[in-house]
Ligand binder design. Structure first.
Ligand code: MN
Length: 369
């Protein structure tokens, strides 16, 4: 999201919490409007009244139900102890709060008409539709802002109040990462924080960067606990990745659970992982298409020269034999007969599946559960 000049220059707002001993903290990040996943994950967490739920930013955008997710979190916050950190997809109060500015207005119009770059209607679009305001290139943006301001005051107030950092006695929660001396926005939109972070005094929990992107050779969405940095990274790629999951991390136990809704199946035969495998991923996904056969094509990853077969459906953009691709891997999951997998895609050459947070291929027969 386009940051306002204010977010680029003001320091982060810090909320200090006294949690007290003996209580469980449940941290969840990057829900991105996927209310079904949030509900599924919360069921799995079996929250008690003693638990403290901390949402580490990016409640909304890109997923299907931004407005409903926001309202659900607001209700939950009334019912139990819930604290939410602002993520780089969450400060939509700016739509109404900022003084009129042609640059900002052009951005908002593009976001509304372009359905958030194709992700689908975001929070403001869903608010406008609920209010019966038509979204069109020639819409009256000033009137739309006034409608949102009047009709969605509780939602906007909730967003306005979000801190950028939550500090407890023992932990820090921040969406992107800590950027001392820098702006609020710098703390939210801090990509690949683990690669640049310095060791923290307190254990620090972050979301924002899908965990899979930290791995070069394998698609692994499990939380990373980095004991040297005292850093816990938890974004399971919910909504953003085709095989994404929503993770919940439990403190002080340092355990976790996750939720996704892919169908389960039992594998009939064992298979081994190939020692050689690779994961082509977002940000490093330029390939040359070498050949095509049916619904698969062979590609060469430009940076590494690694070659693999990928489903044609995973080609994102194409210009001659040059292309960019969705996240793809040729990793085959090591499996024993009878193992249960979740199936994330079916192709002519087998199943793309996931087990314990790691994605890969299975080319044998399955029994659906
Ligand atoms: Mn995010």
């Amino acid at each position: 999201m386009r940051p306002s000049p204010l977010l680029m220059t003001t320091p982060p707002r810090v909320e200090r919490l006294h949690i007290g001993p003996g209580r469980r903290i449940v941290a969840i990040s990057d829900i991105h409007g996927n209310l079904a996943y949030l509900k599924g994950l919360l069921d799995r967490c079996a929250l008690t009244d003693r638990d403290v739920l901390i949402l580490v930013g990016d409640l909304v955008e890109k997923g299907p139900e931004s407005l409903a997710t926001l309202r659900y979190v607001m209700e939950l916050t009334k019912e139990r102890e819930v604290h939410t950190v602002c993520g780089n997809c969450d400060f939509w109060q700016n739509f109404c709060d900022l003084p009129d500015d042609p640059g900002q207005d052009a951005f908002y119009l593009k976001y509304l008409v372009g359905r958030n770059k194709g992700w689908g209607d975001g929070l403001i679009a869903q608010m406008l539709r609920e209010a019966g305001v038509e979204i069109a290139p020639d819409m009256d943006l000033a009137a739309a802002k006034q409608t949102v301001r009047e009709r969605f005051q509780p939602e906007l107030d909730f967003l306005r109040a979000l801190p950028h950092i939550i500090e407890t006695e023992d932990y820090t929660f921040v969406h992107g990462g800590l950027a001392p001396g820098k702006s609020a926005f710098a703390h939210m939109k801090l990509d690949a924080y683990r690669d640049v972070a310095r060791p923290h005094d307190k254990w620090t929990v972050v979301g924002h960067w899908p965990l899979v992107l930290y791995h070069e050779d394998i698609t692994d969405a499990r939380p990373i606990v980095d004991r040297d940095l005292r850093l816990i990274s938890i974004d399971g790629g919910c909504v953003l990745k085709d095989d994404g999951q929503l993770n919940a991390f439990f403190l002080p136990d340092m355990t976790w659970t996750s939720y996704d809704d892919f169908p389960l199946a039992r594998v009939r035969t064992a298979q081994r992982a190939d020692p050689r495998h690779y994961y082509i991923r977002h940000g490093d996904n330029d390939v040359r298409i070498l050949s095509q056969e049916g619904d698969f094509c062979r590609v060469r990853h430009l940076r590494t020269g690694y070659e693999m077969d990928i489903p044609v459906k995973d080609i994102r953009t194409r210009d001659g034999d040059r292309a960019t691709v969705n996240d793809v891997t040729d990793y085959r999951l090591p499996l024993a007969a009878g193992d249960v997998i979740s199936v994330t895609a079916e192709t002519s050459r087998g199943y793309m599946c996931k087990k314990d947070g790691i994605s890969g291929w299975y080319d044998g027969e399955i029994d659906w559960l």
